[in-house]
Ligand binder design. Sequence first.
Ligand SMILES: Cc1cc2nc3c(=O)[nH]c(=O)nc-3n(C[C@H](O)[C@H](O)[C@H](O)COP(=O)(O)OP(=O)(O)OC[C@H]3O[C@@H](n4cnc5c(N)ncnc54)[C@H](O)[C@@H]3O)c2cc1C
Length: 331
Amino acid sequence: MGLFGITIPEEYGGAGMSYFIYGLAMQELERGDSGLRSMASVQNSLVMYPIFRYGSEEQKKKWLPLLASGEKIGCYGLTEPDHGSDPGGMETKAEKINGGWRLNGTKMWITNGTIADVAVVWAKTEQGIRGFLVEKGTPGFTANKVKGKFSLRASDTGELVFDDCEIPEENQLPLAQGLRAPLSCLNEARYGIAWGAMGAAMACYEEALDYAKNRKQFGKPIAGFQLVQEKLVEMLNEITKGTLLNFQVGRLKDQGKAKFYHISLAKRNNVFHALQIARSARSILAANGITDEYQTIRHMMNLESVFTYEGTHDIHTLIVGESITGIGAFR
Ligand SMILES: Cc1cc2nc3c(=O)[nH]c(=O)nc-3n(C[C@H](O)[C@H](O)[C@H](O)COP(=O)(O)OP(=O)(O)OC[C@H]3O[C@@H](n4cnc5c(N)ncnc54)[C@H](O)[C@@H]3O)c2cc1C
């Protein structure tokens, strides 16, 4: 459907479209399911973007068209079992060897992890953090499925293990230097998440509104009770504000003026309110709302992951807090 590589130039197989369009696409995918949007976010923002921004011309020509068409799927390995909010503490190491690099370490909670053909992996070298492309089937690289998730069940989540995994020199992303590189990719993905969360919220709102108009108690539709109306109005209120926030950040992004803290503000606000909306919608659906006959509880459970990944709600609070006070409160 052309949903991979939306902002990547057409010469590399992308759609060459605006960030505004990218945002709308993420909104509509997440109206279906956050897992679907997660897959598209990773492919667009965390795999194609780093290859486009930090890759060599050969890497771009080799990978971008295949990723745009969906013939190849990618994943992004930054988080580790012991380093989530603080990725700079990563322990995965890349050691220089003759003609390439040797990787050792573990990445955790990796979306598309077990289905990916190529992993963008971040590791510490003697020169600081660097990015690498590790192809499926490389000796020493294994991916294990994370099982038992109550959230994002439609999305593949994996653990990537590198045990003396040797990759050729040409698989290093030549322009990615330091922690700024992986953080810049997260910024791209967070932008799409801010839009996506509103899509999930819209789905919950529409389902709750429809249900409230049809469900009768005390002889009339529950939509006729003031308390239910207040819940619906609050939902519409926050969806309207969150969507306008997305419109403005989208315009800024297309003008090259969106700062990382604008995107943190949007991700933080929109995911928080989407989760509140999902919970409120679930309360209107009451007993019916706990079953999978309705979509609301699925969105609600999904949004718990969205609240945590790509920088938790707390971390985005600290990012915005630092930007307005000039004082970092991370540690
Ligand atoms: C379904 C799913 C998919 C994911 N996909 C990917 C992926 O594709 N690639 C990838 O690299 N990662 C991925 N992640 C990982 C995700 O980005 C991390 O889970 C997230 O960054 C939080 O890290 P953590 O879970 O280790 O929590 P921790 O960092 O251990 O945080 C625990 C709690 O402490 C709080 N906290 C931490 N530091 C501070 C502080 N300084 N001040 C105040 N509070 C603080 C946090 O807000 C949180 O509430 C995924 C996660 C999930 C759940």
